[in-house]
Write a protein that binds this ligand. Sequence first.
Ligand code: HEC
Length: 144
Amino acid sequence: MKFSLKVVLITAALAATAVYAADRTDPNAIARSEAMRAIGGAMKTLGGMAEGKVDFDAAAAGAAKDAMMAAATSIPTNFMTQGETDPESKAKPEIWTSWDDFAADAATMAAAVTALDVTSAESIGAGMGALGGACKDCHTEFRM
Ligand code: HEC
């Protein structure tokens, strides 16, 4: 299965970054961290089904897709205010100097979520590469 390794890598990367929201003080930095964690949680659910680690569940897959879409569309709003005052934030200042690029990455992710077919484990797996690529593109450029 070609997507399997990719899913494993994404899940591992998420586990490594999932600890710092609680120490934040800037409300905006908290909101965006929580939205990203929601995205990460949905990604784990969908990735688990795609890999066959978790039994496919149409309702759970649909809910994960909805949660991911809601969080994806909140990205531009959540990052609109600069949260540099928060020392725990991993957001790079380039977000605000290259805002159009950042917003375009958010739109790419939203398109990948829209395109994700959650009617079977196989169809989820088929969409995982595009989705994971959208996370990676933005994180590489805009996350410390
Ligand atoms: C448009 C850019 C963008 C996209 C697309 C994006 N992210 Fe992020 N993500 C960020 C930035 C920037 C941060 C750091 C935010 C901060 O520290 O304030 C982040 C942080 C995170 C975190 C850490 C949250 C925390 O505080 O614990 C997780 C988990 C995460 N992203 C998962 C994902 C996943 C999974 C995807 C794809 C399905 C994704 N992200 C797509 C920009 C993006």
